[in-house]
Design a protein around this ligand. Structure first.
Ligand SMILES: Nc1ncnc2c1ncn2[C@@H]1O[C@H](COP(=O)(O)OP(=O)(O)OP(=O)(O)O)[C@@H](O)[C@H]1O
Length: 314
């Protein structure tokens, strides 16, 4: 599901267009997470947690080594191969990254629209997620009109509404009170129970103590202590292989959709490729073609009743 092999990562040193590169923010990071696992990503500020998550949701490529996500080896993959994989990854950003000119409803609906869900069928799921995060009444508001905690809850709803195969969350409880943080943990656990692989970077020790799970511990960009995460590679996942089907590619990718995807990039296209030891694949046949669009296929996503049931229990 996720494999890091001797990964090194450098950021641009004196700014993105200067051509100089800073010290390695990640050094020789190696681990593997099986499908259906739940992993805490821990470490002090500046240790490299966000950098690991950026590599997992394909906002960056490694400058050394290999990162494989959902079967895609990212270090040399062509950019066109990244989009379909990214659509299967849900992200809760530390700084939310809501699109300020779209309503709350449209922000949460974005992953479903990117996955090609018909408008008629997405309303119920978006409304249910908004209700779950307690913001159904703010569907028409713009993100800048919301508090930090409310924006975080919208960001969480957007990350999970399309039931991603992989969910990465960067300090998802940073702006939540303890009750909301426990509800969020319940949602993450329920999604994990249903087959989503979950990785959460956090400083919230109370949250971690409520759900013991394997941890990756980073210090100064190095993986210092792996509590079960590195070794679990050999344990086959008991979860069904196709817990979440591939999303359909949008029939046509309008410019607005492409712009919305780029807004979630840490490095927009022209800065996407840091100097990797090996050159990218020469232009040729795309090894990762978009899945074919099948006509009259049933909607790939079920409704959310099981998540709702799990939350009621909580
Ligand atoms: N965009 C960037 N440009 C240059 N250096 C960066 C950039 N982002 C992160 N770094 C550097 O990479 C290192 C790891 O940062 P990262 O944000 O991954 O740490 P973190 O563990 O997530 O920290 P925090 O808990 O404070 O969010 C730090 O030294 C940081 O200064």
């Amino acid at each position: 599901m996720v494999r890091f092999e001797a990964v090194g990562l450098r950021y641009p040193g004196g700014g993105p267009h200067t051509g100089s590169w800073g010290p390695e923010a990640l050094v020789d990071v190696t681990f593997a997470l099986p499908q259906g696992s739940f992993t805490w990503l821990l470490g002090p500020s500046g240790a490299g947690k966000s950098s690991v998550l950026r590599l997992m949701h394909l906002a960056l490529r490694p400058t050394r080594g290999e990162v494989e996500v959902l079967g895609l080896r990212t270090s040399r993959a062509r950019r066109a191969a990244l989009a379909p994989v990214r659509r299967r990854v849900g992200v809760v950003f530390q700084d939310f990254r809501l699109l300020p000119y779209l309503s709350v409803f449209d922000n949460v609906a974005l992953p479903l629209r990117l996955a090609g869900r018909p408008e008629a069928s997405l309303r119920a799921d978006v409304t249910e997620m908004l209700r779950w995060v307690g913001l159904a009444g703010r569907a028409e508001a713009l993100p800048p009109e919301l508090s930090g905690g409310e924006q975080q809850r919208i960001a969480i709803a957007r990350a999970v509404v399309h039931r991603p195969a992989l969910l990465v969350a960067d300090e998802p409880t940073g702006n939540l009170d303890s009750h909301q943080a426990r509800r969020l943990l319940a949602l993450l656990r329920e999604m994990n129970r249903l087959g989503t692989t979950v990785v959460v970077a956090t400083h919230d020790e109370d949250l971690v103590s409520r759900f013991p799970a394997p941890s990756l511990l980073l210090h100064d960009g190095r993986l210092h202590d792996v509590d079960g995460a590195r070794g679990v590679e050999e344990v086959p996942s008991e979860r069904p292989d196709q817990a979440w089907p591939e999303p359909r590619a949008p029939a046509a990718e309008p410019e607005a959709v492409a712009a919305a995807e780029d807004a979630q990039d840490d490095w927009p296209e022209e800065r996407f490729a840091p100097p990797h030891e090996a050159p990218p694949d020469p232009a040729g046949e795309d090894p990762f073609p978009e899945p074919p669009v099948r006509a009259n296929r049933a909607p790939p996503y079920g409704r959310l009743p099981s998540i709702r049931r799990g939350l009621r229990r909580e």
